[in-house]
Write a protein that binds this ligand. Sequence first.
Ligand SMILES: Cc1cc2nc3c(=O)[nH]c(=O)nc-3n(C[C@H](O)[C@H](O)[C@H](O)COP(=O)(O)OP(=O)(O)OC[C@H]3O[C@@H](n4cnc5c(N)ncnc54)[C@H](O)[C@@H]3O)c2cc1C
Length: 597
Amino acid sequence: MDHNTIVHDIVIVGAGLAGSWAATVAAREGVRNVAVLSKVHPLRSHSGAAQGGIAAALNNVRPVPGSGPEGPLEQLPEGADPVDSVELHIFDTIKGSDWLGDQDAIEIMCREAVDVLYEYEHMGCVFSRTPDGRIAQRRFGGHSAPRANYAADWTGHVLLHTIYEQALRHGVKFHSEWYCLDLIVEDNVCRGVVAMDILTGKVYTLRAKAVMFATGGYGRAYKITSNALANTGDGVAIAYNAGIPLMDMEFVQFHPTGLYKHGILMSEACRGEGGYLLNKNLERFMQRYAPGKMELAPRDLVSRSEQREIDEGRGIGEDGQGIWLDLRHLGREKILERLPQVREIAINFVGVDPIEDLVPIQPTAHYSMGCIPTDVNGQVLADANGAPVVGFYAAGEVACVSVHGANRLGTNSLLDASVFGRRAGHAMAQFVQSGAVLPPVAGDPAERNRRRLCSLLDNPGSELVEDIAVDLKTTMTNNCGIFRHAEGLKQALADIQALKARFKRARVMDKSSRFNTDLLAALELEHMLTFSEVIAATALARDESRGAHYRTDFPQRDDSRWLVHTVAHKNGEDGPRLSFKPVTINWEKYPPQERKY
Ligand SMILES: Cc1cc2nc3c(=O)[nH]c(=O)nc-3n(C[C@H](O)[C@H](O)[C@H](O)COP(=O)(O)OP(=O)(O)OC[C@H]3O[C@@H](n4cnc5c(N)ncnc54)[C@H](O)[C@@H]3O)c2cc1C
């Protein structure tokens, strides 16, 4: 073995909740050599930016009796009837998914939610509390009981710190600021990854018995996004290029309340705590679209309603692309206690204090429902028939189990990453401990990737990476956003082809090897071009509207043809080849219904 090769039992790419959970569980179950790679410091993973909460039917609070759907909450009195249940959580999630979520997986997630929450608590996670000391809960969109467990509005931050500490405690090795470049899969067996130490620019082959991707989402492919700079969907593109299919890529979630022009998230907790959405006439327009749930309808519906108001000329701001978020009636005390970060962001980025002023917001690209298909143990699936890719696992936002189907409910994602990260850690430990051997690697994958980097660095072309990225984000936003139609999607595909051609002439300005962020931006752009084409192609194929995928030319849901997952396979340099996979449905318990709020 040469000095360019590093060997671990398990290599996990991504240190957010999914990756850190998997690493912790595998290590505590006795796997000695577990490593996690992260292109940013582990605690800077996007999980740490999550604000609103993590779902679990703990039954710690209830609406004050007689106070109505927007009324205050109180801790559940001793002996009082519970208001929530695992069953209700399952149903809400299925309905939220527009019946595209796999119901076996949803059931597992909602059942294990309660246990995962208590495990966080026992690890010392600092949740907000009810007066008698139970974990505090708030309302969230699409959930019919208050089940968002929270720590003020920095829930992801405290969860990530808690699980990262556990990973360190169990001796997990972190390769911090290492960038994964490639996945080594041959004959359907995963053999490792290739990664660059960003500090030195050195490229290594990391061999392992089991590899997991926990690389998070890809919101950065859009102009306005709530996502961290690192969320460029590297894992999605790297897996696809290695021959792994991608599932349900057409479903991109837009969150209704990104800060106007910035996209930074104003947590859904704003509406969970009772915030209003107003158009330029100061009208609570959700009355027109979801009179039953108002602002607490699920995200796809609220984002579309906002966009309708904007498109019909009732938006705010200089370009008319904004909507008002009104928190003033919540009062100073509640805002300071429950939404301190939201307030700080509004003051710092748009100069308004939500205690006294309306906050300008707009829909923002937020979450990827699709990506790498897995079973409920994180095992990646090679095709629509469910054949496994031996030794390759995925969990968190990069995985599609699928629990979110066509639309994710808020607070179900921290839960998904925790539950399925934990399960994948266990599955990998079992796999490694059941006698898995280190699979051989043919040739020198690191060298292949060094050549890729050199050709980028040596390219004398005249195109700027940043310009191509802006054009990609523009076409994705205009043609593959909240409202879609065939013509726009074809335009997006043509634009992406042209941008790929321009990328071949892209020049990296910084030629150095140490911490070359210019080079990283080029790699990230190449990844975004790769999976954006899949998003547009699958969105064009699905000629119906379901969840977050809304086709103005096909506004109805069509269960007779489209109650299926889309599976996209790489097909040389041509666009993806599509196949379809049935949705797992319990026809007796949860048959598809019309989705109304
Ligand atoms: C602003 C915001 C608020 C949110 N609020 C909530 C909420 O309140 N409740 C909820 O349930 N969900 C929320 N979400 C969604 C949720 O936070 C994410 O879906 C979830 O945390 C994803 O976790 P993850 O472990 O899959 O990935 P992430 O936490 O995104 O971590 C990805 C990891 O992959 C690493 N990585 C990526 N590419 C590479 C590469 N090429 N090489 C090496 N490492 C790489 C990164 O460094 C990082 O460590 C929110 C999301 C955002 C953006």
